[in-house]
Write a protein that binds this ligand. Structure first.
Ligand SMILES: [Zn+2]
Length: 495
């Protein structure tokens, strides 16, 4: 039997900040991991580079075209309503606290995440490996868990008659909502920035009672801290994450004993960059078109739906007629291209002679179209044909390989986003320093955010310690989607 595996996900952890905190002596556990492990400093996140999309990619090994979760907020065409996964408290309140909670905790796993793909929890359980997780957005597994409410959420849920069991890992801990056993830990799901303690406390029980072979140990607070104060001010929140990771380590007998019995992957879902300016994309589009409002009684009247998702946004055309939709798309693109804050506009384009939709992306008046198959390979070995201006994505050829320093792994990431069944018609990636206001009117001016295709939001650490059959040189570019494969290789599960 292989050693146990701890997958520790620190939300919004940036490689430079991880190294600074470790070098400054404030993250002794992470420092030990760094000294014993192999660090890939530039693992590529999902696009949009936000937690729901990234978590689904980590947990399934697939991109959004496979796992289907397309953003922090998106428009459900069949239900004619927005899905909101908690962009901010104000956004949650706009859609209804309970509605957002239902979508985030229950629907994301049981309805939105594709049933065609398997999560690491499902795959490991089928191989007889005991799985556990602390609160992580994607938890779908093979064990049934009844709702076990505590605190203020109990009242909210019972008022709304929420009484759903879920399927999760053998040991599932999701704050006030689900807990596979009694733990002496105070759940604080409703208060962002106070959740690492809960993971640390649950981790103590999991380790002391030997309850897992694989644990996804999630530390979300660094995200909240970076949003509020900017990523450069995250020394405290990384130290805090290290201390709560340390509770799992101590309950395992200290760092040496922990590393003798565990392999570790320490990683982030995405990074963050500084935000100085607010992009009110909903208001901009509402100047010219009827944009669907949250909870409207008349969705049939709207011409567009808009889903801000951090430093990116989806625009959905609510027009069935093909020609009218094409004309509407062109006018919306023109308007957004002229609006400060827009960097890239990506969409599927059917104008090729054979009618097969290809991906198009525009920046500053230039257009690049691309599709799979052809003479050029990217860093991950995918072959492409480009048509138009490669400068749109700052693509260059180096050693026979197509790459972009500014937009990591851009072609596959844009393509996967647009081919998700829940994708909008247009995907906007914001210019540096800009963030879309969410449906609660919130952005993080003077703080940080993420979501764009840009390297600053997209590159994060992937640190492996004691992992079986791991070769950091096996790929020229690593992505979140590679992590599931690393887990399966560690436990010798066929892929
Ligand atoms: Zn965030």
């Amino acid at each position: 039997m292989s050693r146990k595996l701890c997958l520790c996900v620190v939300d919004s952890l940036r490689t430079d900040m991880l190294l600074r905190t470790a070098e400054g002596g404030r993250a002794p556990n992470f420092a030990t991991l760094l000294s014993r492990g192999e660090l890939i400093p530039d693992c590529v996140s999902a696009f949009p580079s936000v937690t729901p999309v990234a978590s689904a990619e980590i947990a399934t090994g697939r991109r959004a075209d496979g796992h289907w979760v397309p953003g922090m907020n998106w428009y459900h065409r069949a239900e004619r309503r927005y899905i909101e996964y908690g962009s901010s408290f104000e956004a949650t309140r706009t859609f209804g606290l309970f509605r957002a909670l239902y979508d985030t905790v229950y629907n994301m796993n049981m309805a939105h995440l594709s049933s065609e793909v398997e999560t690491v929890f499902e795959r490991l359980a089928d191989a007889g490996i005991r799985t556990a997780c602390t609160p992580f957005l994607i938890y779908r597994g093979r064990t049934r868990h009844e709702l076990g409410l505590e605190g203020i959420l109990r009242r909210a849920a019972s008022t709304a008659r929420f009484d759903h069991a879920v399927w999760g890992p053998d040991e599932l801990f999701y704050g006030e909502l689900y807990a596979s056993r009694r733990v002496p830990c105070k759940p604080t799901l409703a208060r962002p920035g106070t959740r690492d303690e809960y993971s640390g406390c649950v981790g103590e029980t999991l380790a002391r009672d030997d309850l897992y072979d694989f644990v996804l140990f999630s530390l979300p607070d660094n995200d909240h801290h970076c949003h509020s104060h900017g990523p450069a001010a995250s020394l405290d929140s990384i130290a805090h994450a290290d201390a709560n990771f340390g509770r799992l380590v101590e309950a395992s007998g200290g760092i040496e004993q922990f590393l003798a019995t565990h392999a570790v992957i320490l990683m982030a879902d995405h990074a963050q960059s500084d935000v100085e300016r607010l992009y009110d994309i909903t208001r901009v589009l509402a100047e010219d078109w009827l944009v669907q409002e949250p909870n409207t009684a008349h969705p049939e009247l709207a011409e567009l739906a808009v889903s801000p998702t951090g430093r990116a946004a989806w625009v959905y055309l609510l027009e069935d007629d093909h020609d009218r939709a094409a004309s509407l798309a062109s006018r919306v693109r023109t308007k957004l291209a002229q609006t400060p804050g827009t960097d890239l506009i990506a969409y599927l384009d059917s104008s090729r002679a054979d009618g097969a939709p290809v991906v198009a992306v525009e920046r500053a008046g230039a257009v690049l179209r691309f599709w799979r198959g052809g003479a050029t390979r990217d860093l991950r070995g995918v072959e492409w044909t480009l048509d138009g201006d490669p400068g749109v994505l700052e693509l260059v050829e180096r050693d026979g390989c197509l790459l972009s320093e500014r937009y990591p792994d851009p072609l596959s990431r844009i393509e996967a986003a647009l081919r998700s069944p829940f994708a909008g018609d247009l995907l906007i990636s914001c210019a540096p320093g800009w963030e879309c206001a969410d449906w609660g009117g919130q952005a993080h001016l003077g703080g940080g955010s993420h979501g764009s295709l840009d390297a600053a939001d997209s590159l994060a650490p992937l640190l492996a310690v004691g992992l079986e059959r791991f070769d950091p040189a096996a790929r020229r570019q690593w992505t979140l989607g590679d992590v599931a494969g690393l887990i399966y290789r560690h436990f010798e599960i066929e892929q």
